[in-house]
Design a protein around this ligand. Sequence first.
Ligand code: IPE
Ligand code: MG
Length: 243
Amino acid sequence: MDGNGRWAAARGLTRDCGHREGAKAVERTVDAALEQGIGTLTLFAFSGDNWQRPATEVGTLLQVFENYLLNARHECARRAIRVSVIGRRHRLSLGLRAAAQAIELVTAQGTRMHLRIAIDYSGRDAILEAARSFAQSGAPARELTRRAFSRLISEHAGNESAPVPDVDLLIRTGGEQRLSDCLLWEIAYAEIVFTGCMWPDFDAADLESALREYHGRERRYGRIVSAAVANSEMVSPDHCETR
Ligand code: IPE
Ligand code: MG
C-alpha cells in the first residue's frame, strides 16, 4: 500500500494525514474484497525497513494500525472475517500487540475471508526464520519439501498451523515497480498489477480493474498454452532437461 505521503503532499497536507486517509482505503478494500469473494487478503502495512522513517511518522503509522485493529474487531467478527497480524511483534508497542491479539482472538472463527495485516514484516526475514526453525528442529534435510517450508513460513509469520495459500494477485499502488520485500516465498507465481493510484485513493473500482486484468492473463506456470499442446510434436525424453 504505497502513496500515502504523495497523496497528502499533492493536497498540501501532512504525511500523517495521508496515513490516516490510507486507513479509510483499507476499510474500502476489505469491503470490496469481501464483495468479490476473495479468500485471503494480505495488506502490507509496514515493512521491517519502514522503521528507518522519522520516529514521529513511525509513531503515527503504528497508532493508525492500533486504532484500526481496535475499531474493526467486532465488525470483522460479525462479518466472519478472520484477521491475523503477520510479522515480528517484539518491536511493537504493548498497545499494538494487545490490539493485534484482541482482533485475532475475537475473529478466530471467521470463515468468509482471511485478512492478514503485515506489520514489521520482511519477506526475506520470514524465509530466514523458517529456515532457522527447520535447522533447529534437527529433522533430516529431505523432509524440507516446498509444502513443509510453506507451512513453516505461515507458522512463523502469523502462527498458522496450515500453509497459507500462495499469492495469486499482487497489487502495488503508488506507481513503484518493485516488490520491496513483500511475501517473497509466496509470490513465486503471483500475477502482478502495478498501478499509479495512490493508496488513499484506492477503491472498489481499482480492485475490480486489477481483478479484471488478472482474469485476462493466462497463468501457465512454466507450461505452454493449452492449444499449443495438441499441436506440438512429442519431445523424446532424451532431449528433456531435468531440473
Ligand atoms: C505507504 O505510503 C505507507 C507505508 C509505507 C507505511 P508511503 O508513506 O510510502 O507514501 P509515499 O511513497 O511517500 O507517497
Ligand atoms: Mg512509499
